[in-house]
Design a protein around this ligand. Structure first.
Ligand code: ZN
Length: 335
């Protein structure tokens, strides 16, 4: 996959491409930026550019055996290191062992280490040793979604390469190209992506965006009718990703309630195909902004490994405190 296939990350490419063209490649790079915007893909293309003998300046030819092996993940001098949990000593010890063995096919060994904010302090210090004195021509490409979470000593050894969220327009183009819009209205898919094609793809793979939205709409409706805890109706067998998707769909709905209350402009709505629902519910919620904050807080707690069913329940209990429409309010004020 050559440079041209990486979308919306021109500043990063304009930093990496000249390094290849001028033959001045650093020993360690730190790719930082949000999840799902192309860091890993760019790392792989950079590895191809570093290795392909045919068209290195284009980010590899994509056709030779080396390029194909890198794309297929079977190139022996490219090491991809990642972990569901922490990156521990065993990971970094393995990196160090491999780094000191001569490359098998190419001129250098390349290490792509994903999410280095997950390094334990001990493992981070261990990795630092090899970053300080990299053996041979080895190249380290580290990625992170949290620059402040990376040990300062590691950051100082790497050339930083920043990645940004994609514009909604670019995400919309990708959504159309990949046919993701079949799973739901384009405006909703683009909103769910939040500038991250990776997030859009994950949402699509988690399945049934429309049914998730229907479920969320009926929960909001139940809440507005003062059903005590509708959260319990969608029982707790949700995975983290599924809950994340639900929270984002809900956020898009409460956002629309807010936009409708403030502007009454249909074109500004994400869920404009559900205009009747939005109009109806806009009269039942007196503080969609506060509801958005509650959802945002829940999202944050989700990232901290909270108890999922409890989190879901608490979210709905908190939201319930803000039901009650303008009419209900005005009645109260006259009593
Ligand atoms: Zn090639």
């Amino acid at each position: 996959m050559p440079w041209s296939e990486i979308r919306g990350q021109e500043p990063a490419i304009s930093q990496l491409r000249p390094a290849i063209e001028r033959g001045r490649v650093g020993h360690a790079y730190l790719f930082y930026g949000p999840k799902g915007v192309g860091k890993r893909t760019t790392a792989r293309v950079f590895a191809q550019a570093l290795t392909c003998r045919e068209e290195p300046e284009n980010g590899g030819c994509g056709k030779c055996r080396t390029c194909r092996n890198i794309e297929g993940g079977s190139y022996p001098d490219l090491h991809l290191v990642s972990s569901e949990g922490s990156l521990r000593m065993e990971h970094t010890q393995q990196i160090i062992r491999q780094a000191f063995i001569s490359p098998l096919e190419g001129e250098r060994r390349i290490f792509i280490v994903l999410e280095v904010e997950k390094l334990t302090p001990e493992a981070g210090n261990n990795l630092l040793k090899v970053l300080e004195e990299p053996p041979g021509d080895s190249v380290f490409i580290l990625t992170t979604t949290s620059l402040p979470g990376v040990l300062p000593t590691i950051r100082s050894r790497c050339l930083p390469v920043g990645f940004s969220p994609l514009s909604d327009q670019l995400v919309l183009e990708l959504v159309r190209e990949k046919g993701w819009a079949e799973s739901g209205p384009e405006s909703l898919v683009v909103n769910m992506a939040g500038g991250s094609p990776g997030a859009a793809s994950a949402v699509m793979q988690s399945g049934g965006l429309l049914s998730v939205r229907e479920e969320s709409m009926s929960l909001i409706e139940l809440l507005a009718q003062a059903v005590k805890s509708p959260g319990g109706k969608v029982k707790s067998e949700l995975t983290r990703v599924q809950l994340e998707v639900r929270l984002r769909v809900m956020a898009s709905l409460f956002r629309d309630l807010l936009v409708w209350q403030k502007t009454g402009t249909e074109e500004l709505l994400i869920n404009r195909d559900q205009i009747e629902f939005i109009k109806r519910q806009a009269g039942h919620w007196n503080s969609p902004m506060r509801c958005l904050e509650i959802i945002e807080n829940t999202n944050r707690r989700l990232a901290q490994n909270a108890n999922l069913p409890l989190l879901w329940e608490v979210c709905w209990l908190e939201l319930a405190e803000h039901r009650g429409g303008f009419y209900a309010d005005s009645r109260r004020s006259t009593v």
